[in-house]
Design a protein around this ligand. Structure first.
Ligand code: FES
Length: 270
């Protein structure tokens, strides 16, 4: 059945995994691409990174942070997603680089899972950092076993190093020569990692979680400034070299809707 939830599983507090049946998306999707969900008529559009495919299904991992993601996380197995558009966006630049460091923070771990697999499949040696606020929030750990080295960073030190991901990145860069870095997670984490990459003259891919409406380059809602040029996250990205991103304008645009989102969530939870 198209767009039905075949499997749902709770991975961490407020974080749910969904396997959705959709043969077109599962066949076409490449690492780095995303889908946009609308769960009911007139509902907000929710962009979600595709975090693996299997047969006729694709996987997304959702963190309940606003009204729409709360509603989505309430759906059960055998329910349907009303509209699913995708795969959207430009795929990750997967090729043989040599030695790669990949960093996933929070639910960003879901986004790096297919990237790490694809990088290893084309012959790269990949070191992976999984980062979260605490050990309970580290998801999908078993899927990174093929990494050359697997590191953990938690804010409270409950698993791995008690460091922020950019601090652990800096430490590893001093010990190992990497050819390229990926960092996907909260915007502030990606910004901090991009600063480290800039200092060390390293290319770094980040995936921008911009606010999206149509997802096809028509509405302009997801525009970001990259090296003084306006780009659309949904078609030109979502991955960009983090050294070129105008982080201040990106963070300002992200925070513009925070107050409205908070109010919508409060009303929903009443
Ligand atoms: Fe509308 Fe990208 S979401 S232009």
């Amino acid at each position: 059945m198209l767009n039905n939830i075949v499997k749902k599983e709770k991975l961490a507090y407020g974080v749910h995994l969904f396997w959705i049946e959709n043969p077109i998306i599962s066949k076409k999707a490449k690492p780095g691409q995303f889908v946009i969900f609308r769960i009911h008529e007139g509902g907000e559009r929710i962009p979600l990174t595709i975090s693996k495919t299997k047969g006729n299904m694709f996987r997304v991992i959702v963190k309940a942070v606003g009204k729409s993601t709360y509603e989505l996380c309430k759906l059960k197995e055998n329910d349907y997603i009303k509209d699913v558009v995708g795969p959207l966006g430009t795929p990750s630049e997967i090729k043989r680089y040599g030695r790669v460091l990949v960093i996933g923070g929070g639910v960003g771990i879901a986004a790096i899972a297919p990237i790490v697999d694809a990088l290893i499949n084309v012959g790269n040696k990949v070191d992976t950092i999984l980062a979260a606020r605490n050990k309970e929030s580290i998801i999908l750990e078993d899927e990174f076993k093929d990494s050359e080295n697997l590191y953990f960073a938690t804010n409270d030190g409950s698993k791995g190093e008690k460091l922020f991901p950019n601090q652990l990145m800096e430490k590893l860069i001093k010990e190992e020569k990497y050819d390229v870095v990926w960092a996907i997670g909260p915007a502030l984490m990606m910004k901090a990692c991009s600063e480290v990459a800039k200092q060390h003259n390293l290319k770094i891919f980040v995936s921008l979680n911009a606010i999206m409406v149509d997802g096809t380059g028509m509405c302009g809602g997801c525009r970001v400034r990259i090296k003084d040029t306006l780009k659309y996250t949904c078609v030109d990205g979502p991955e960009f070299d983090g050294r070129d991103v105008d982080w201040n304008s990106f963070l300002t645009r992200l925070s513009q809707y925070k107050a409205e989102e908070k109010k919508a969530l409060e009303n929903y939870l009443k």
